[in-house]
Design a binder for this molecule. Structure first.
Ligand code: IP8
Length: 244
């Protein structure tokens, strides 16, 4: 079972609001379509130029919530629009992709813990579907609703679905060292603290340090790679950086 994140910056044009990077999205969905044989796959995508600007306009983040339903619908609506684009590109390639919107399924407890039920995902996978989730807004006890990032969903899904492999398709070819060379393997955060910054604990929205920390905490191995590594990852190889 594979959990794959398609980074928002990979599939959208970050310079222009609500604009796809059509070529990259096609390349990514081609790789998914070519790889799928008997493998169970869950796809999660980020927001890129969708969702983030609406969220910052309304002051909503992973910790700052809102009770303004209109603001939530705007953020959620932007993410659903992107989700629809991803789904349609997958369907065009005969991937049986179906949407799962975290707003309707997940929530946070008062301490911020993400509660993400997976019964429907397990049934979808058993029935041969490819669930496609996305970063979203979710109800948050005591705070209205806050953002859940794609990275956070990936980590939680990997845990709950006991994923065998986790892949993060990013705009960089892996975790880079001080000379911009791809680091092959990371076994502990100390291995990379000097390049990623030792005091990055506040970065909860998806900086590389936060990604590495979250992935190190998981049972399964994870890979961070660029779009050019996606096909080989789905083929069972370890492109980019492997996080043990
Ligand atoms: O791009 C963002 O998800 P991410 C979700 O994975 C939003 O951080 C802004 C609604």
């Amino acid at each position: 079972m594979i959990v794959l994140k398609l980074g928002g910056s990979v599939i959208t044009d970050k310079e222009r609001p609500e604009t796809l990077d059509g070529g990259s999205l096609e390349q990514a969905t081609d790789a998914v379509a070519n790889a799928l044989a008997d493998e169970k796959l869950v796809v999660v995508h980020g927001g890129g130029s969708f969702g983030h600007h609406n969220a910052s306009e309304h002051g909503v983040s992973t910790t700052e919530g809102t009770h303004d339903a209109a603001a939530l619908l705007e953020i959620h609506g932007a993410m659903k629009t992107l989700n629809q684009f991803v789904l349609s590109r997958l369907l065009e390639r005969d991937v049986e992709a179906v949407p799962v919107h975290p707003f309707s399924t997940a929530h946070r407890d008062a301490d911020g813990t993400l509660e993400l039920p997976t019964g429907q995902l397990e049934t979808m996978l058993e029935e041969g579907f490819v669930p496609v989730l996305h970063g979203d807004v979710i109800a948050h006890a005591g705070a209205g609703a806050t953002i859940v990032s794609g990275d956070e969903l990936v980590a939680e899904l990997a845990r709950r679905l006991e994923a065998d492999r986790i892949g993060l398709c990013s705009t960089v070819p892996g975790v880079l060292d001080a000379d911009d060379a791809v680091i092959d393997r990371i076994r502990a955060y100390e291995d990379v603290a000097s390049v990623l910054g030792a005091s990055d604990a506040t970065d909860v929205t998806g900086g590389m340090a936060a990604k590495v920390r979250a992935l190190l905490a998981l049972e399964a191995e994870a890979s961070i790679f660029g779009l050019e590594g996606l096909a080989s990852f789905l083929d069972g190889e370890n492109p980019g950086t492997t996080i043990e």
